[in-house]
Ligand binder design. Structure first.
Ligand SMILES: Nc1nc2c(ncn2[C@@H]2O[C@H](COP(=O)(O)OP(=O)(O)OP(=O)(O)O)[C@@H](O)[C@H]2O)c(=O)[nH]1
Ligand SMILES: [Mg+2]
Length: 438
């Protein structure tokens, strides 16, 4: 049991004991559940909660009424009284009935991991899209947890977690109102999504190579974006510093520009309602030509984090994207060969604060960009095809060979397919001389 601060800190709403239940099933992955509880402490602190102590129960299965067992509920009640706690935060998702039963037994505010994460997102949201997405996720989470028709949400009126966020005034509504609000939010989201899709299509039309920074929260994604593009994205040693995607142009050593996008971080047990609500944002990842998977290699847990990120990518349908793994924060640790074996495909060992490493990242992107392209050999009498090549993709390099023009293009698959009958015969595979390559 971890003892932490017991004196009352003014201005802090929640003084909480954090509770985790390890069932037989989860026991197989003890390392992960232990780490999950540590992460819950970090999440709670990020949300502005004073963490009093943590508590774990090992049990065959969860209790359908109170989640943890009767004896553990009594122990928790005692500790909350002793430490003057007013909140219990559970590391796993609770049902509506479990929340009500625990509230009745303990007479404190009951929060679960999902609610805590949603609360942090609510605090961070500052774009219209982000705000809509968070409210949608919060209400979708809340709806099935309300009991009976017209049950009011009095327990949410005290402020703090569960009551914060864009929808806080709206939360005093019954189910029907919540349902109406969800519909309304979905409609507003459609408008935002339409904008985003338009924007994305414009970028795609422009033929730009798109690279997404993806990874576990706090891995260093925003730092890398800032370092590479001199953007000023918020960087903080905390979970979920970034919520909205930010895109910036990045010039590669060969002079070509690509678009680099920073995205929201992942975490284990990322709430399902959140993934669903954030689909529009996460689709940035699906649009990318290349994923830079940022890993905080200074953490003991980094392999597990990598696997979690890959699992979420799979869920999003982005598993087959080309990936370069960036083992970041190398300045803090010695990375072993064994650690690198787990990376899928290519990897680089870097520190976001090392100039030479930043160059390596740019070169690695450049290499992907070039390997993604085709060469065409256009005879002098087919000059009209050159204009077409500029339309079906991004021209990377041109050269002259006798009367022929050699053109390297990163083609947009769709545009190229439509024109393949004109262009395919002019594809030039491997006949390019040295010096003509980038
Ligand atoms: N020592 C060291 N610290 C780093 C490095 N890269 C990032 N950091 C630190 O790690 C912390 C998190 O960095 P962010 O860039 O905010 O991480 P992120 O992946 O964007 O995190 P979220 O937006 O919360 O998902 C900050 O305190 C950074 O200064 C690195 O290479 N070395
Ligand atoms: Mg970030």
């Amino acid at each position: 049991m971890k003892q932490t601060t017991h004196h009352v800190i003014p201005h802090i709403l929640e003084r909480a004991i954090l509770v985790s239940l390890v069932t037989q099933k989860e026991k197989r992955n003890e390392f992960l559940t232990e780490y999950s509880l540590q992460e819950l402490v970090a999440l709670a602190e990020t949300a502005g909660v004073q963490v009093l102590e943590t508590m774990t129960q090992n049990k065959d299965a969860k209790d359908s009424k109170t989640f943890i067992g009767k004896g553990k509920v009594a122990e928790l009640k005692l500790r909350l009284e002793e430490l003057d706690g007013n909140t219990a935060i559970f590391d796993q998702e609770l049902s509506g009935a479990q929340v009500r039963n625990l509230e009745a037994a303990l007479d404190v505010k009951i929060i679960d991991r999902t609610q805590l994460i949603l609360d942090i997102f609510a605090q961070r949201a500052n774009t219209r899209e982000g705000i809509l997405q968070v409210e949608l996720a919060q209400l979708s989470y809340l709806l099935p947890r309300l009991s009976g028709q017209g049950k009011n949400l009095a327990r949410l009126n005290g402020g703090g977690i569960g009551a914060r966020g864009p929808g806080e005034t709206k939360l005093e509504m019954d189910r029907r109102h919540i349902r109406d609000r969800i519909d309304e939010l979905k409609q507003q989201m459609q408008e935002v999504v339409r904008h985003r899709v338009l924007h994305r299509e414009r970028r795609k039309k422009a033929g730009a190579f798109q690279v997404a920074l993806v990874g576990y929260t706090n891995a260093g994604k925003s730092t890398i974006l800032n370092q590479l593009t001199h953007a000023d994205v918020y960087v903080q040693n905390q979970l979920f510093a970034t919520l909205d995607p930010t895109s910036r142009n990045l010039k590669l050593p060969n002079g070509k520009e690509i678009i680099l996008t920073d995205t929201v971080g992942f975490i284990q047990n990322l709430p399902h309602d959140l993934i669903a609500s954030f689909r529009a944002t996460l689709e940035e990842v699906l649009e990318a030509d290349l994923i830079l998977h940022v890993v905080d290699s200074s953490l003991e847990m980094h392999m597990e984090q990598m696997n979690i990120v890959n699992a979420v990518l799979k869920e999003l349908g982005a598993r087959d994207k080309e990936q370069i793994t960036l083992f970041n924060k190398s300045d803090l640790c010695v990375t072993t060969e064994g650690q690198m074996d787990a990376a899928e495909g290519e990897f680089l060992r870097i520190s976001a604060f090392n100039e030479a490493d930043l160059e390596l990242i740019k070169l690695a992107i450049q290499e992907k960009l070039v390997s993604d392209s085709k060469w065409f050999r256009i005879p002098a009498n087919k000059g009209d095809l050159i204009a077409l090549l500029y339309r079906v993709g991004e021209v990377l390099e041109t050269d002259v060979d006798g009367d022929d023009m050699l053109i390297q293009v990163r083609v947009n698959a769709g545009d190229y397919a439509k024109n393949a009958y004109l262009l395919a015969t002019y594809e030039d595979n491997g006949q390019v001389e040295e010096g003509a390559t980038v």
